[in-house]
Design a binder for this molecule. Structure first.
Ligand code: 9Z3
Length: 313
């Protein structure tokens, strides 16, 4: 009998150019394997759940994309290649530094040539150097999604491609993924009419995709999931429940309002608080630098343990 997750994919439409995107991911992974470079899939941003198949309205999940885009920059600095699976239009590595900047305000012209203003020059040069290094090394592959089913298809495709990379692969699942959806066969084709009548919608549960990820798609990878809550009392119990259910390696637990200064890294055996003080925040430091440092350390230990086990055989 087909499992819940298989039924979900059987009933859901594949993203446009799915096969082509999986081929790009495979080429990227093959290149990284030849270079013996660790790879991480970072998911980032929120998924949408359409209410109509010719979609006018949709339900959205909260996420600006800061966690994923910022973490990607630090992971690249640590020598990882990154598949950046992100919500179309959400924050992206490097570009994110200019979200609140009008590009034209950074520039001056002396008649013929256009330059970056003196006061912005150091900041732009520093960023440009990092960006060019990543572009030349070809260590960043960006893949975009909008809807829940696009996200889940692409996650499955990436995970199946990463399977061969075994424990050298990491999943860093920071995207905010909807728990509820409307199956395609229950969705109206056209825009729902109001006709003065209140709308009632019934949403189905999305199968938990961490389960096939850790058991079938990429069973040897190091998997980090993020847990978002608004009720502090639920945070750690929910993180523990996820670990028990999926037996993956790490849950990074955060509360919506404090996510930029406080997270807890939860494993089966331990809890570690990672936080930022006011001085660090005022100097523009980012909690993702600390999260990534810790995650990379743990992934390296995981690789060493797995290699030792293989040699032991
Ligand atoms: C997170 O908890 C992320 O840290 C945030 C980052 C979405 C809070 P921003 O993008 O926010 O920096 O604005 N992501 C996981 C959210 C989620 O949907 N988790 C599921 C859950 O909590 C498990 S996969 O049940």
């Amino acid at each position: 009998m087909a499992s819940e997750w298989q039924c979900f994919f059987d009933e859901s439409k594949k993203p446009e150019h799915y096969e082509r995107t999986v081929t790009y991911m495979k080429e990227f992974v093959d290149k990284c394997m030849r270079q013996d470079r660790p790879i991480v899939l970072v998911s980032s941003g929120g998924t949408t759940v359409p209410l109509e198949s010719r979609t006018v309205r949709f339900i959205d999940n909260f996420s600006v994309g800061t966690r994923g885009a910022t973490s990607t920059e630090y992971l690249l600095q640590q020598g990882y290649a990154v598949i950046f699976l992100h919500r179309r239009g959400s924050l992206e590595p490097f570009k994110r530094h200019f979200t609140h900047t009008n590009l034209l305000d950074l520039l001056v012209t002396d008649g013929g040539t256009v330059h970056v203003k003196d006061e912005d020059s150091d900041r732009v040069r520093h960023l440009l150097e990092r960006y060019v290094a990543v572009t030349e090394a070809g260590t960043l592959l960006s893949v975009a999604f909008t809807s829940l089913n696009e996200y889940l298809y692409l996650l499955m495709g990436a995970a199946q491609v990463l399977k061969t990379y075994r424990h050298q692969a990491m999943f860093y699942l920071a995207a905010a993924v909807s728990d509820f959806y409307i199956p395609a066969n229950e969705m109206p084709e056209h825009k729902i009419q109001s006709d003065g009548v209140p709308l009632q919608i019934s949403l189905q549960l999305v199968p938990k995709m961490l389960q096939p990820l850790v058991t079938e798609w990429s069973p040897d990878a190091y998997v980090v999931s993020f847990k978002l809550e608004t009720d502090q009392d639920l945070l750690i119990p929910k993180a523990r429940k996820a670990l028990k259910r999926y037996s993956h390696q790490l849950v990074v637990a955060n509360i919506l309002e404090t996510r930029k200064k406080y997270v807890v890294m939860v494993t089966q055996e331990s809890e570690q608080i990672v936080k930022m003080d006011d001085e660090e925040l005022s100097r523009g430091q980012e909690i993702e630098a600390k999260i990534v440092e810790e995650v990379v350390k743990r992934h390296r230990m995981f690789i060493e343990q797995r290699q030792a086990e293989t040699v032991g055989f």
